[in-house]
Design a protein around this ligand. Sequence first.
Ligand code: SF4
Length: 621
Amino acid sequence: MKANTGKIIDVDLSAGTVKVEQLPEEYYTKYIGGSGLAAKLFWERGNFDADALSPEAMLLFMNGPFAGLKLSGASRHSTAGRSPLTGGWGDSSCGGFLAPELRYAGYDGFILTGKAAQPSLLLIEDDKIEILDASEYWGQGATQVTESLKKRFGKAYRTLVIGPAGENLVRYSIILNEGHHATGRAGFGAVMGSKNLKAIVVKASKKKMELVDPERFEELRKELNPKIREALASDVLHENGTAANLIGGMYAGDVPIRNWTSNFWEEAADALTGSTLTETYLTKRGACAYCNIACKRIVEVKEGPWAIPEGPGPEYETIVSFGTLIGSIDLAATCKAGRLCNDLGIDTISTGGTIAWAMEAFEKGDLTKDDTDGVELNWGDLETVIDVILPKIAAREGKLGELLANGSVAASKKIGKGADYTVHAKGLEAPMHDPRGGGHGMALTYAVEARGACHVADPMLFAEMGARYYPEIGFEYELEPRTDENKAEAAVDMVAFGAIENSACFCQFADAEVTIPEWVELFNIVPGYEWDAEEMMRAGRRVFYLKRMINYRFGRTADDDKLTKRMLEPATDGEPEGVEINFEGMKQRFYELMKIDPEKAIPVKEVLVEYDMADEAGAVW
Ligand code: SF4
């Protein structure tokens, strides 16, 4: 095996044991790597009856086959397992710097089970893998712990750390790499917390990697990196970050406002857009390993109530989650809120979504001061959010902290009200792209992706913007965002393509410039999968199918492939005003095209056999 090492580390934190295992090559050629490989390993070894926060739960960290190569955007990693927020399959892509270090150390990933007897950290230094006591860091913020670990081990040691929220099992807790890059979605920080694992530290002594055809890879790399960097979209991302298109999104009706009750706020567009951040608080640009786009922001707010020193700045999702979604246009406050969420260790999307739901509940009288420890929840009141609500959530403090720490769905169930205005799919709070304005195809993919409402599970968002064409596989649709025309057909390719991206751990912003023939060649000259385009797309579809089958074994059915009332009711203003989404029509067409059983929501048996999944079929048919 080349590029992939074939080796993973199996850590049992209860027993305190560490095993290195060699995986069959077929796992890679069938499931690619990253989140696909994680799904395959979970399928083989996971305990489907185990609660996500029990010692029996399995947490997986996996690289893609291009990790550690100097190919722009191709060195992310994937974290996966049962989500404590949704109860179903979860995976979350993280940028940063872990993946190359792990690959250089000799591993494609690691699996954690069990629960350590005391707060611990996992140290990986080539062949030396140890579980060390970490009691001194328990209770501390992610930023402080990251700094302490860098001081203790050295700056070149790569870190994954949870904050107090993960320790307190807040169900949308994150894992933070290098104090900046988040494994944001699905709550895996809480899974680490449930295992008494505060941090993971990785260092390799060398940078050697073997590829199938290193000379050809070097030639291709020298073509791809400039092509990726010189694309107009990359330039825009570099200059103004992921919020660069916030104005365009606002005029399309894509930007959620006050818990998705409005689709247009003109003043907010200018106040929060990426160029405003550049002109006000940006001090530097940052990047994940080997990425030449550098979309990350480093900011400083010098004065005022939200003053923060130079450090990680907010991306689009954070800006909207703590901006228009909760009724604010205070950009400095979003910088402060994002920084605080990183330190406490909570996902800005689910946090913003849950608070927005709570604000609406308070406005409607569904939540009262009796439920909130006397705290008033008012639109746009960032002072209360930052000073009171975020710390309460992370500590699960009082009635309010306990109510919101389990997410918006659990909160609405607990009070027995407000389900209609939750905004999620499968329990995962939706990201900051409203399909009513951004594109109806996204409503479909939010609902059918295994982990729930997610804009990076697949590139449907980009396809509906007209930014994805793959003529070699017949993907040449001229998609009009606010209709259902060709959306199910496009989704068939986009869900497979999303599975490829997330299994290859290639950033969507960078891989947008890579053509199908280039993708295929990369898989052939780096790990040597010996694919053509058809086989590559089959692998993507196989990963998509397998994740659905995992969900089925968790008890999910077609009833879970849905959106909430709020997400499907026609918009009341802005570009999408009054437009209906033909959600059921798209979903039924997608099921037909993908040969998905309309009740079980998994592929029919014949398809599984056709996709070389006959063994897997035996577990579900
Ligand atoms: S484009 Fe941004 S998120 Fe993607 S790899 Fe580069 S720096 Fe990371």
